[in-house]
Design a protein around this ligand. Structure first.
Ligand SMILES: Cc1ncc(C[n+]2csc(CCOP(=O)(O)OP(=O)(O)O)c2C)c(N)n1
Ligand SMILES: [Mg+2]
Length: 371
């Protein structure tokens, strides 16, 4: 049948354009350390501002030391964090002790600031089972290596918190690459459907190893993926500690008030390689790109902001650097002194109730280790 020349009653392309245009990036502190969005300024005391800076400086030193310890063969798996301090530390700073963190492999700093001893972080890097045992009351899971898997686990943890009537949230992190996984969509969708108190953070550092962000999705932003799950999503300047803090604090408030989960995309950059296992970023990134992003550095802009308020000084910064170095020295010594793991430790640590085949292997290794 010939179609009548009727005016379209709908315009799906326009709908998409309208939705995408809403996802503007939230920035509070610009690259010069000036407040450019007074209305969005979070409530945060001078002491907390200083503490946030202290943690970011400490974490930058931890990253530098971890890289050199890895090169000396004294650490194993390590995924560098420099450039992502605002994304990681300022989001964590908006949380409370009773919240649960489900990190990815690059998110070791957040679980350290949540209470995981540095020694255990080093043991995790060495693949030692003690590194996967968080002390009682430290609500963290081990860093997830399977990309995106922590998103589904977070929906479950958040639902558990809700069923127990806890005023706490489950917070998880993945990367731009992780947002392409089925687990990502399943996690945010399920949490949305059950109004589970979760915060889903995507640290968009624009590369999944060497794969650029524009190969992950046709979407203009990753934040907009929240719309399909019926949950709030926000794109944040991931180099701006105040914007990341404000967005996370808001998301947490909504979650504990019973309003369900949120998705936060933090636009950031990792200065180093993907991991210390040998990738070469110069093969997939230009030095111009590196320099442009280093100008946005979260520590530089926060330092300027704090100095203008009389809240930071070179002296303060040096104290933090020295104390970080001292802590790291002690922790690596302690890690060195930890008894080598035995195969039986490894097996015993995997299940509460061992399956029959592992029970058999356990006996074999008990016998071997007794000699
Ligand atoms: C399910 C799964 N597929 C592939 C890998 C291999 N892998 C390790 S890291 C990575 C890239 C992830 O990139 P992104 O999510 O952007 O996080 P980033 O490393 O940039 O922080 C891939 C593909 C994996 N660990 N798990
Ligand atoms: Mg990435």
């Amino acid at each position: 049948m010939a179609s009548k020349s009727k005016k379209a009653q709908f315009d799906a392309v326009k709908t998409l354009e309208e939705v995408e245009s809403k996802f503007e990036m939230l920035q509070i502190l610009n690259e010069e350390g000036e407040v450019v969005n007074e209305d969005a300024m979070p409530e945060i005391s001078d002491e907390d501002l200083q503490e946030l800076m202290r943690r970011m400086v400490y974490t930058r030193i931890l990253d530098q030391r971890s890289i050199s310890l890895n090169r000396q063969g004294r650490l194993g798996f390590y995924a560098p964090t420099a450039g992502q301090e605002a994304s990681q530390i300022a989001s964590h700073f908006a949380l409370e002790k009773e919240d649960w963190i489900l990190p990815g492999y690059r998110d070791v700093p957040q679980i350290i600031w949540h209470g995981l001893p540095l020694t255990k972080a080093f043991l995790f890097s060495r693949g030692h089972f003690v590194g996967n045992q968080a002390p009682e009351g430290v609500n963290v899971l081990s860093p997830q290596i399977i990309i995106g898997a922590q998103y589904i686990q977070t929906a479950g943890v958040a639902l558990g918190l809700k069923k127990r009537g806890k005023k706490a949230v489950a917070v998880t992190y993945t990367g731009d690459g992780g947002s392409s996984q089925g687990d990502f969509y399943e996690g945010i969708n399920f949490a949305g459907a059950y109004a589970a108190p979760a915060i889903f953070v995507v640290q968009n550092n624009q590369f999944a190893i060497s794969t650029p962000r524009d190969k992950q999705t046709a979407g203009k932003t990753i934040a907009q993926k929240a719309v399909a799950a019926g949950i709030p999503g926000i794109l944040v300047d991931g180099m701006d500690p105040l914007a990341v803090f404000a967005a996370t604090a808001e998301a947490r408030k909504r979650a504990v008030d019973g309003q369900g989960p949120s998705l936060i995309e933090t636009l950031c950059y990792r200065y180093g390689p993907h991991t210390m296992a040998g990738d070469d970023p110069t093969r997939y990134r230009t030095s111009e790109m590196d320099t442009d992003w280093e100008k946005k550095d979260p520590l530089v802009r926060f330092r300027k902001f704090l100095e203008a308020k009389g809240l930071w000084s070179e002296e303060k910064e040096n104290e933090v650097i020295e104390s970080a170095k001292e802590d790291i020295k002690q922790a690596i010594k302690e890690a060195d002194g930890t008894p080598k793991q035995k195969v039986t430790d490894f097996i015993n640590n995997m299940f509460e109730e061992l399956p029959y085949n592992l029970k058999e292997q356990l006996e074999i290794y008990k016998e071997k280790e007794s000699k």
